[in-house]
Write a protein that binds this ligand. Structure first.
Ligand code: OOG
Ligand code: MG
Length: 237
């Protein structure tokens, strides 16, 4: 019975993803949220996508407050979610996309090999971007896209770097990497603990340093992280 419930929620979430339609929150009993998440991701892998890494979510107070959910969560990144730095994000298959400024880590031998500024695109499959903790976990933590800037050698510390999210040349959010669990490297450690293993060349997104901002057609979005450089995308329909 539980299996039946999970399968129907996973396929409903997958349908919401592929048809860019929302699901009303509260319409499903979630059961084991990470098991549903794995099913949702397996449906993507069955279509030929491959795992590109993992993402942490709600690692900052700004995000916890924005979403009304107060626990660190994690999900999977796939190759199909990746947008090249400076590339185009196709809004066609999106519901209500938002962008948020992040820091990415590159994995080698289970450790951090390099760091880069990153943007995450989140696009909840839940109506109006409103969900319970279990619902957002089942929905692969709203993962929809990501951009990684140029990889940089890991500096002595990455815990107090200024972060800016810039929309069409205007700073719309600013903060510090200190917002990410006090130090984004703790998010990496958390990702390793939660995922159990991190494979070589996987990307770890440490979680947004600020609240997320809606993105629309024609807009250019850039993240700047002090000392690490920038990464950008252009949204088009
Ligand atoms: C959940 C995903 C949160 C982050 O960086 O905090 C997240 C959501 O806000 O929809 O990716
Ligand atoms: Mg994020």
């Amino acid at each position: 019975m539980l299996g039946h419930v999970m399968t129907s929620l996973a396929s409903a979430l997958d349908n919401a993803l592929t048809t860019a339609t929302e699901l009303p929150g509260g319409s499903f009993s979630v059961g084991e949220p990470y098991a549903v998440q794995r099913e949702v991701v397996d449906l993507r892998l069955a279509r030929g996508e491959t795992i590109a890494g993992v993402k942490l979510g709600l690692t900052s107070k700004a995000k916890m407050e924005q979403m009304g959910v107060d626990s660190v969560i994690w999900g999977w990144l796939t190759d199909a979610m990746r947008v090249e730095d400076g590339g185009v994000l196709d809004l066609g298959p999106r519901i209500h996309p938002k962008v948020e400024p992040e820091v990415a880590f590159l994995v080698r031998a289970g450790a951090i090999a390099a760091v880069a500024p990153a943007l995450e695109v989140i696009d909840s499959r839940w109506l109006d971007f409103k969900f319970t903790l279990d619902e957002v976990i089942a929905d692969n933590t709203s993962a929809a896209g990501f951009v990684v800037g140029s990889w940089q050698p890991v500096p002595d510390s990455v815990d107090r770097l200024g972060v800016q999210l810039i929309l069409d040349g205007e700073v719309v959010q600013s903060g510090s990497t200190a917002a990410i669990l006090g130090d984004p490297r703790l998010a990496f450690a958390e990702a390793l603990r939660l995922a159990g293993t991190l494979e070589d060349d996987w990307i770890v997104l440490a979680g947004a340093a600020t609240a997320a901002v809606p993105v629309g057609t024609g807009q250019t979005v850039r993240v700047e992280v002090e000392g690490l450089g920038s990464a950008s995308l252009k949204a088009s329909s």
